[in-house]
Design a protein around this ligand. Sequence first.
Ligand SMILES: *[C@@H]1O[C@H](CO)[C@@H](O)[C@H](O)[C@H]1NC(C)=O
Ligand SMILES: *[C@@H]1O[C@H](CO)[C@@H](O)[C@H](O)[C@H]1NC(C)=O
Ligand SMILES: *[C@@H]1O[C@H](CO)[C@@H](O)[C@H](O)[C@H]1NC(C)=O
Length: 480
Amino acid sequence: MLSILQTAAVLGYLATLVSATPTNTGSDKRSPLGISLPPLIPAIPGVTEPLASNAPPLPILQLPTPPLDSPPFTASDIKPKKIGYFWTGSGDNIHKDFLATVSLDDDTFGTIIYLTDVPSSGNSPHHLGTSLDGKTLVGGGLLSLLKTQDTAYYFDVSNPYRPAFKKSNRGILSSIVDEIRAKPEGGFFITYMGSAVGTSPGRLVETDADGNILHEWPEDVNGLLNVLGEQFSPHGLSIDFNKGIILTSDFVVPLSILKPTLGIQRANTLRLWNLSTRTIISTITIPNGGGIQDVKFIPGNSESAALATAVHLGQVWIIYPFRRDSNGKQGVAELLFDFGDKAKDSMAIYSDISDDGKLAYFTFTLGNHVAALDISDLNNVKRLDDPNETQPIIGPHYVKISPDKKNLLVTGYFVQAGDISVLNTPGDYKAHWIDILPNGGLSFNRTVDFEAIFTKDRGGARPHSSVIFDLTDPAHPKYY
Ligand SMILES: *[C@@H]1O[C@H](CO)[C@@H](O)[C@H](O)[C@H]1NC(C)=O
Ligand SMILES: *[C@@H]1O[C@H](CO)[C@@H](O)[C@H](O)[C@H]1NC(C)=O
Ligand SMILES: *[C@@H]1O[C@H](CO)[C@@H](O)[C@H](O)[C@H]1NC(C)=O
């Protein structure tokens, strides 16, 4: 295990070896072979000074070795109407991470149309998001920080069958990219769960349409006091652009999943934000929640209610952002549904809600289970899956309802941070294209087996998340 200083020392030593090795034999002229790296954390007056004395020791950094190229692949010329984009890590963490473009049409289901490599490896590709115009995808690297690499990877998908890698960048104050939401005017809000060194507080990053980072919120004094005062590890992110509010949910301190650790530090909170001022209105607590991984507004709900998943409890709570508690504080949380044993302490519970606000789906990673709820009457929530069924899936996490609401796309993989970490969840590395039954229940059917497809080329594959394009109606393409 290397500390940041040890790593710097190793790099310096390697550079010495390189420059000491005679290469231009027969010539006295030697090209300079030393390397110079910019500082990992640039100095920002008034902001970074406390790091000098307060930064905790970094347990692990990996040498930023260059990634291996993968063998060429044969692109497909099919043009399916439904396309799945999968932001995927190479199984061996050595080959370049990549975006897989896959057919979701019935007749060509599972055909790999195109593969787009990024120029780095070992990022632990995490969430993927699309711009509203369907021209840009952005994927985050959960663990890019460990190789001191960029954390956000942008793709040009103006040709949806041939995504092109565009650029990458990183925040200055924050790292560990999680949820991504497009802004109506172009650009993104992105939760960065940790600080630049993986501790609390993280930040809510805002970009322009070109992906340039404009802000790392909060930036006001009250907001900074709020996030310094109580663990701020934003993972979940949902925005009600009509009512002008944002909810972020706090999951875990990223550094605490890396060895040596005294245990994963889970949060019990959400932050309610004012969208127009980008300021925190209040902190909402789910007592003993044990990691509030996800939060999503219920489309069409008259009170702008949202659903939040409490991972330790195995429960989903409802957040009323405009109600006030008995102390007059804005934002109230109430238990909505307890999923029972399979959901408790299952490391991760992620969710999606149908655009009519009637159905909600939840994945229990260590419970190996996908649950379905009919939430059309919030006072009488109905469970649509059989909690006792053994489902044909391992380690489900990312979940998306297809735009036509006929299928649920679930990836059987969460995070495997490797020997350096206490977070390694089993997975089947498949994309499950599950049929949604007329009542909203689920029928497992087709899969894309990423591990099998990429065994030889990339040491297997770790598909974390997906975006679905549905171009069935050319006049109304759906990008989700
Ligand atoms: C956001 O802040 C602005 C400026 O203080 C205020 O006018 C607006 O009502 C606030 N919006 C919400 C949803 O609280
Ligand atoms: C699931 O199994 C438990 C324990 O065997 C049982 O009590 C419960 O009724 C079952 N639930 C359903 C929905 O079948
Ligand atoms: C699986 O999906 C295909 C294509 O929609 C369908 O024809 C088939 O009946 C489904 N199989 C099952 C077992 O549901």
